[in-house]
Design a protein around this ligand. Structure first.
Ligand code: AMP
Ligand code: MG
Length: 491
């Protein structure tokens, strides 16, 4: 018998008592719809054993793969600011971990594999549309060089899922650096389970920040390491126009990977107030709020870790506060550095932040498409100003800003084509446009046709390259459509 996965299950082994061993619900008629061969290769899996009916059985929960130790993880979370003491893997299971070809430990997990003890009122299932969406967005983010969980496979279960209407059910196999979230720590902290909290934190440090393991102040050092990773991650989101949509603390990893692609979407016309999520009525998770929310979430992590930082609460707070307070500066550093690359600046000068801010203000005033504008700026650096001119109505305002920008470029050494190439490596030619994503999902779910999905996915695998013939994928949606566009949590 072939063993596609060589599991080494440190979570199950080392954290007994902190999870619930649980088996997936077998899919009645599993059918393998997607298998990510490049990822399977990276993970060192036997891809042949994951193909066809055998693969569908293994990746649809019908047959638990050899060596797996499936379990449901416990976690809590602040959702839209309010605390839920018990969320957990309601419809997800960690199967186990594998060591990939680069020596990195990666979680293999199911989503949509049936109810668990954490399911509360939920049915434990996932509908095909949201599963495909998570697959597509995760792979697109990976291609954009953003840290993210990834998708290994999608299996149609053959069981119907009942939402507003009956939908086909599916299981996503998700790969992650780990599934530890801010909410994982909140869970044990809220119950006053200090020992469990400590075990979990020691585990997280050993897994994600082993350099800290021997330090006396490792928990504080680790809080800082998590904060710095999140600062870099959210800076990348902000420089690409990505809106996560539901930055609850249970949807924020401590690995620094983007996780849980429910209502996420990319900006079109630049506006920091942009919200697409149908349940985000107050705009808590609006595009421009994301850095502040990341900091808020890290403050919740800091609170959860207080019992590990010092015996006296006051002393613990005094240690944690500077880390949380430093977050905006760490974010700014990463965000501004990314902006400079997009502006074609290799060096840093005092006026650069104002130059970037005024560019963004111009885009907002003129309602310019964020992605197209940055890419057109690279064309401008290359000597072609027509694409940018075509995007902006107020030519005088544009002229004022580009004059300043060109004056700033004089201090830069690189020849124009080298500068433009560097800019294009930071500003994508193509992103997952909302209307394109919806069309691909509709074809798959309503028409049973994965063709458009595969086509879109193929284009999104090379986002920084111009792909002649695929220009249609770069076009924004009609403005009315974007104004009406709503996304939904993957439930
Ligand atoms: P999410 O919105 O996917 O981040 O999930 C929030 C919480 O709800 C997590 O604890 C999930 O496990 C749980 N959950 C979401 N959908 C379902 C479902 N259909 N069945 C059981 N639990 C669910
Ligand atoms: Mg979640």
């Amino acid at each position: 018998m072939l063993a596609p996965f060589h599991f080494d299950n440190s979570f199950a082994r080392e954290l007994e008592g902190l999870y619930v061993p649980w088996a997936p619900t077998p899919a009645p008629a599993p059918r393998l719809l997607l298998l990510n061969l490049a990822l399977a290769e990276e993970l060192g899996l036997d891809a042949a054993a994951l193909q066809g009916a055998a693969g569908a059985a293994l990746l649809g929960g019908t047959r638990v793969p050899d060596g797996a130790a499936p379990l449901a993880q416990a976690y809590a979370g602040h959702q839209f600011g309010g605390f839920s003491p018990q969320l957990g893997d309601g419809r997800a299971l960690l199967l186990g971990e594998v060591i990939d070809r680069h020596g990195r430990r990666r979680d293999i997990a199911f989503k949509g594999s049936g109810r668990t003890p954490f399911a509360r009122g939920g049915d434990g299932q996932a509908a095909l549309g949201p599963v495909l969406r998570e697959y597509l967005m995760g792979e697109a983010m990976h291609a954009l060089a953003v840290p993210t969980t990834r998708a290994l496979a999608v299996v149609a279960t053959g069981a119907p899922v009942f939402r507003e209407r009956e939908l086909p059910g599916a299981v996503l196999t998700r790969v992650a650096a780990s599934h530890l979230r801010v909410g994982s720590f909140e869970f044990f902290a809220a119950r006053g389970q200090r020992d469990a909290l400590r075990r979990l934190a020691e585990y997280a440090i050993a897994r994600h920040d082993p350099d800290l393991a021997d330090r006396e102040d490792r928990f504080l050092g680790w809080l800082e390491a998590v904060a710095r990773r999140q600062a870099r991650l959210v800076a990348q989101w902000m420089n690409l126009g990505f809106i996560h949509g539901v930055m609850n603390t249970d949807n924020m990893t401590i690995s620094g990977e983007t996780i849980d692609y429910g209502p996420c979407a990319f900006l079109e016309a630049y506006d920091p107030a942009t919200v697409f999520s149908s349940i985000d009525h107050d705009g808590r998770y609006a595009f421009g709020n994301q850095p502040g929310i990341a900091r808020w979430n890290l403050a919740r992590l800091a609170e959860a870790l207080l019992p590990l930082l010092a015996d006296e609460a006051e002393a613990a707070v005094a240690l944690a506060r500077p880390v949380v307070d430093a977050f905006p500066a760490w974010f700014d550093e990463a965000w501004r550095a990314g902006q400079r690359v997009k502006l074609g600046l290799a060096g840093a000068q005092p006026g650069d932040a104002a130059l970037a801010d005024d560019w963004l203000a111009l885009l907002q005033e003129q309602q310019v498409d964020f992605t197209l504008a940055w890419r057109a700026l690279a064309d401008f650096a290359d000597g072609d100003d027509a694409p940018l001119q075509a995007l902006v109505v107020d030519r005088a305002a544009l002229q004022d800003w580009t004059a300043r920008w060109r004056a700033r470029l004089v201090a830069e050494g690189a020849p124009p084509h080298v500068r433009a190439a560097a800019m294009r490596r930071a500003s994508p030619w193509v992103i997952p446009r909302n209307h394109r994503v919806e069309a691909a999902l509709a074809a798959a779910v309503d028409g049973g046709d994965l063709g458009p999905f595969e086509h879109l996915l193929a284009v999104l695998r090379r986002p920084y390259e111009a792909q002649p013939g695929e220009e249609a994928f770069t076009e924004p949606a009609a403005r009315e459509l974007t104004a009406r566009y709503r996304t939904f949590c993957g439930t």
